[in-house]
Design a protein around this ligand. Structure first.
Ligand SMILES: *[C@@H]1O[C@H](CO)[C@@H](O)[C@H](O)[C@H]1NC(C)=O
Ligand SMILES: *[C@@H]1O[C@H](CO)[C@@H](O)[C@H](O)[C@H]1NC(C)=O
Ligand SMILES: *[C@@H]1O[C@H](CO)[C@@H](O)[C@H](O)[C@H]1NC(C)=O
Ligand SMILES: *[C@@H]1O[C@H](CO)[C@@H](O)[C@H](O)[C@H]1NC(C)=O
Ligand SMILES: *[C@@H]1O[C@H](CO)[C@@H](O)[C@H](O)[C@H]1NC(C)=O
Ligand SMILES: *[C@@H]1O[C@H](CO)[C@@H](O)[C@H](O)[C@H]1NC(C)=O
Ligand SMILES: *[C@@H]1O[C@H](CO)[C@@H](O)[C@H](O)[C@H]1NC(C)=O
Ligand SMILES: *[C@@H]1O[C@H](CO)[C@@H](O)[C@H](O)[C@H]1NC(C)=O
Ligand SMILES: *[C@@H]1O[C@H](CO)[C@@H](O)[C@H](O)[C@H]1NC(C)=O
Ligand SMILES: *[C@@H]1O[C@H](CO)[C@@H](O)[C@H](O)[C@H]1NC(C)=O
Length: 875
């Protein structure tokens, strides 16, 4: 007996030491003395507990520091506090272990810090949910609240919410990791109601006696007497109440009476969990038993409990219990056969707090805090959960929320005029549910990142008024994505040439393609479709030296009635395309002439004005290198345009070799370039008043049966007033990549804008490269050509499909011409007459060298600087 006792002591001794070591670690403890300045005073070791408290400054960005001002100030453990005069919700952000059960304790002492003698009332929230109201009117000397909570993520937000008129404050915030097997509930978290041990003397216990730093209060009443032991009590289980709380126990003075606790509960919905800790402290004789049942509100919830001798038995509540009639009664009643009354060493009572509102999806929270950090944002409302509760949601955000239990997603982010600098944050792509993004009017620099286009849910991006540069990535050109980019002087408004970037509203009118231009796109489509069925071309059988300005052929254009339109299209039988404007049909005029007929939808009232304007314009233009309008229909409600039909498609197709087997030779490229240049020259100087095409690009250069080039799509063309200024101010239109940057920035239109676009066309004809290719080191073709040429070898830029079959002198001239056309400064660009002259000379140079077969072009090494500024202008 003696021996086993000693053995036990040794065992307990070593156990106690191991716990003490752990306790001294304060492992995982967070102990914040709120309002303590983050100076050499932090952290400090608190005298009575040995807890190391530190400043809260690292865990919260807002609030001000206050100091207790009462005569009893010396009694308070935490003499400072943080109070929150600004913002509705201010939050601490603590890193915790996910799925770990924590004791969270917050302490509030007003202490007349503001001298107003007005105790505040406010709310304490955990993440997006109310934890508890804090009423310092009722608890005028201060209070603490405690929660046992399993964290659902790696961070925990504890928020002080001003829901009334008084200013929230907090004095201390403490987190203690607990054993996960203790205090398990069916749902919700546990808010401390009371935690007592039943000593005859008053007192309290916390750390380090309790390694979990629970606060226990001694309690007794006159109906009870205390049992006690001087022996050690084995306190080991998941709850691990301190031994000191177990070494005494309450038992009723009247040996046949129950041990009874009664308290009021005003809220009938309030639910309770009770954890009772028992250990027999007496040496029971062989004729003695202590056995009892437990009752809650008259209902039995524990049978035949026999506390083990000097060993802890914790009796938890499995299901939450509520009280009826505003009164809660908790009783331990001895069983019939028990010779001794019940006993109780310690008890903890909690109420259930449900946290029904799910927090914003963690990856969204991570992403938005990442963005916040990247831009160094400090918004008072950007604290706590970004989306919920909606009342306190971060400003500039909108979120989707299906129901309370589904984590909301961030769907809209407005950081307009937020003083952002640096580049567009890569972290944005982690907001995977973003629909709307507004970064306008900041100081953002760098390029427009490709990833924005890859964010599938994104429908709207506003980048206006920044300092972005580079070009618009291809990915941003997807359908259903609206992009606003105005006011970025260095942003090169370029995009692939093949499709109109109709999502980019900033070239709005450009892209909101005018009725006619849409028609021509459709015509190209028709041509394309027709072409697919044609047999492959034999290469280079055609070479037509272009005539200079042509005398206009006798106008065959005329006005058709709607019934004629119906007839030529066989009642709109062959629909080749559809759009917002209406449909395009194939038609045959006079039994032989193929035409493309665009029928405007009757509802398109907007289209009528444009329709009239374009018809008027096209009727004035006659040139062999311009696509002609055959006629039009303006018959009551019916509007239609009838175009010349060009069976060989557009230049782009032939360069790419797509759907055509032929590759156009260098000589024929020069010829086609010259023909297109002649068409443009006619617009600029052959028409009265002169006109600017505004949308010169390879897809707008169509090829007829003889592969003669015809410039198409005058939908955006504008006239100049004769003898007036050399430019007009208009809405900027054009196609990204071909659009004159100077025109884009100034909106001042001159024919030099067409020259710029023509330069890009020439570069495409030389290199057969995309105008914009984000995968290249230099996405825009001019930058790329300049970059490659500075390495000094033209073979690097030449279309490989030409297999070196060109006269390098003529190629050099063409490159020089192209680069001078594409000069950033319009003043340095040649005019179209000069371009025509130069192209003719290129052709001559090519023809003369053709028979001689130049030495290996690939070995030509030229060290010429292709800096825009230094570029010689073509003469
Ligand atoms: C409390 O406030 C009074 C008057 O406002 C001031 O004189 C006193 O120094 C303050 N005491 C403390 C402890 O701050
Ligand atoms: C603040 O919220 C508490 C409950 O959380 C409520 O009792 C109190 O009336 C509210 N105060 C105001 C001004 O709405
Ligand atoms: C002791 O308790 C029993 C049962 O509650 C009761 O009947 C009895 O009157 C009590 N005795 C005294 C002296 O209070
Ligand atoms: C148990 O037995 C002891 C003597 O061994 C006696 O003094 C005591 O009164 C008994 N107790 C009961 C409850 O019978
Ligand atoms: C009380 O003890 C008697 C005799 O030991 C036994 O028969 C009876 O079942 C016990 N009653 C209860 C409720 O345990
Ligand atoms: C949060 O979002 C990520 C990414 O969209 C997703 O993989 C994850 O399942 C979401 N989490 C929850 C809890 O819905
Ligand atoms: C969020 O929604 C509200 C109401 O629909 C709207 O007024 C606000 O502009 C939206 N905010 C953002 C950032 O989209
Ligand atoms: C951008 O930065 C400049 C100077 O660096 C500053 O004057 C301007 O106010 C800033 N603009 C915005 C919108 O923050
Ligand atoms: C952004 O502005 C802040 C303060 O104005 C400055 O410290 C920081 O270096 C800037 N960042 C960039 C990328 O320009
Ligand atoms: C996006 O989220 C993933 C996963 O959380 C992370 O690894 C990555 O660094 C984030 N990307 C950016 C750019 O923040």
């Amino acid at each position: 007996m003696e021996n086993s006792c000693c053995f036990l002591l040794v065992l307990f001794g070593s156990f106690a030491i191991s716990h003490l070591v752990q306790a001294q670690d304060q492992l995982g403890f967070i102990s914040l003395d709120c309002g303590l300045p983050d100076t050499e005073l932090s952290p400090y070791t608190e005298g009575s507990t040995g807890l190391r408290f530190s400043s809260d400054a690292k865990y919260i960005k807002t609030g001000q520091i206050g100091k207790i001002n009462t005569t009893l100030e010396f009694l308070e453990p935490h003499k400072t506090m943080r109070y929150f005069p600004e913002g509705k919700r201010n939050c601490y952000n603590l890193n915790v272990e996910k799925d770990r059960r924590y004791l969270i304790r917050a302490t509030f002492i007003y202490g007349n810090y503001d001298g107003l003698k007005t105790n505040p009332q406010f709310e304490l929230h955990l993440g997006p949910n109310l934890w508890t109201p804090i009423d310092l009117v009722k608890s005028s000397s201060g209070t603490f609240v405690e929660l046992l909570h399993v964290s659902t993520s790696n961070s925990l937000q504890i928020c002080l919410v001003k829901n009334g008129t008084t200013t929230p404050l907090i004095s201390a915030l403490e987190l203690r990791p607990l054993h996960n097997d203790a205090y398990v509930t069916k749902s919700g978290s546990l808010k401390l109601f009371t935690r007592n041990y039943f000593h005859g003397k008053t007192g309290s216990i916390r750390y380090p006696t309790d390694i979990y730093d629970r606060r226990w209060g001694a309690f007794t009443i006159s109906y009870w007497i205390q049992l006690s032991t001087s022996l050690l009590v084995d306190n080991r289980n998941a709850y691990f109440p301190p031994k000191d709380t177990l070494e005494e126990a309450a038992t009723p003075r009247n040996l046949s009476a129950p041990l009874r606790f009664v308290w009021r509960s005003d809220n009938p919905k309030e639910q309770f969990y009770v954890y009772s800790h028992f250990a027999e402290l007496q040496d029971l004789g062989s004729n003695e038993t202590r056995e009892f049942d437990m009752f809650w509100d008259g209902n039995n919830f524990g049978d035949n409990i026999i506390p083990p001798k000097l060993k802890l038995l914790t009796w938890p509540t499995i299901n939450p219990m509520s009280c009826t009639g505003g009164k809660c009664i908790f009783e331990l009643v001895k069983t019939v056969n028990s010779t001794l009354p019940p006993l109780l060493n310690a008890v903890e009572v909690f109420t259930v707090v449900e946290f029904p509102q799910a927090g914003t999806n963690e990856s969204d929270v991570l992403a938005i805090t990442n963005i916040e950090a990247t831009y160094g944002l400090s918004r008072i409302s950007w604290q706590g959960d970004p989306c919920v509760p909606q009342e306190y949601a971060w400003d500039g955000l909108n979120c989707s929320s299906i129901n309370m239990s589904t984590p909301p997603r961030i769907t809209s982010l407005n950081l307009s005029s937020s003083g952002l600098n640096g580049t567009i944050a890569a972290g944005l792509q982690n907001l995977t549910h973003l629909v709307k993004l507004d970064l306008s009017y900041n100081n953002l620099t760098g390029g427009v990142p490709e990833f924005l286009g890859n964010m599938k849910s994104l429908r709207f991006i506003n980048l206006r008024g920044n300092d972005l540069n580079g070009s618009i990535p291809q990915s941003l050109r997807r359908k259903g994505l609206e992009l606003l980019i105005k006011g970025n002087p260095k942003l090169f408004p370029s995009v692939s040439p093949t499709k109109p970037p109709n999502n980019i509203k900033e070239f709005p009118t450009a892209i909101v393609v005018s009725v006619v231009s849409v028609a021509i796109i459709i015509v190209i489509l028709i041509i394309f479709l027709v072409l697919r069925n044609k047999k492959p071309l034999t290469t280079e059988v055609y070479f037509l030296y272009p005539t200079a300005l042509q005398t206009p052929r006798s106008p065959t254009k005329r006005r058709f009635t709607y019934s004629e339109v119906v007839e030529m299209t066989n009642n709109l039988e062959t629909v080749l395309g559809k759009g917002g404007f209406g449909i395009v049909c194939h038609g045959i005029l006079n039994g032989s002439e193929h035409v493309a007929v665009k029928v405007l939808s009757q509802s398109s009232t907007q289209g009528y004005k444009q329709f009239k304007a374009e018809v008027d314009l096209l009727l004035r233009v006659h040139h062999t290198n311009l696509v002609s309008l055959v006629g039009y229909c303006d018959d009551g409600d019916h509007l239609a345009l009838i175009y010349e039909y060009l069976p060989n498609g557009d230049l782009r197709q032939h360069l790419s070799g797509k759907d055509t087997k032929s590759i156009i030779s260098w000589r024929n490229r020069l010829r086609i370039a010259l023909e297109a240049a002649l068409g443009l020259e006619y617009l600029h100087s052959g028409c009265t008043p002169p006109m600017v095409h505004r949308d010169v690009k390879t897809t707008n250069i169509l090829l007829d049966e003889q592969f003669k080039a015809k410039l198409a799509d005058f939908g955006m063309s504008r006239s100049f007033p004769v003898g007036g200024e050399s430019h007009v101010s208009t809405m900027v239109v054009g196609t990204l990549g071909y659009l004159d940057p100077e025109y884009y920035h100034t909106s001042r239109l001159s024919e030099k804008s067409d020259v710029y676009s023509f330069g890009i066309v020439l570069l495409e004809m030389i290199t057969n490269q995309s105008v914009i290719d984000q995968t290249r080191e230099k996405p825009h073709i001019t930058e790329w050509v300049r970059f490659e040429l500075n390495r000094g070898d033209i073979t690097r830029i030449m279309d490989p499909n030409l297999y070196g079959d060109y006269n390098s002198r003529s190629v050099w001239r063409a490159i020089e011409l192209a680069m001078s056309c594409a000069n950033q400064s319009s003043a340095r660009r040649p005019d179209m007459s000069e371009v025509v002259t130069e192209l003719k000379e290129c052709l001559v140079s090519q023809n003369s060298g053709e028979n001689v077969k130049m030495e290996s072009q690939s070995s030509i090494n030229v060290s010429m600087s292709f800096d825009t500024e230094m570029f010689p202008s073509a003469r």
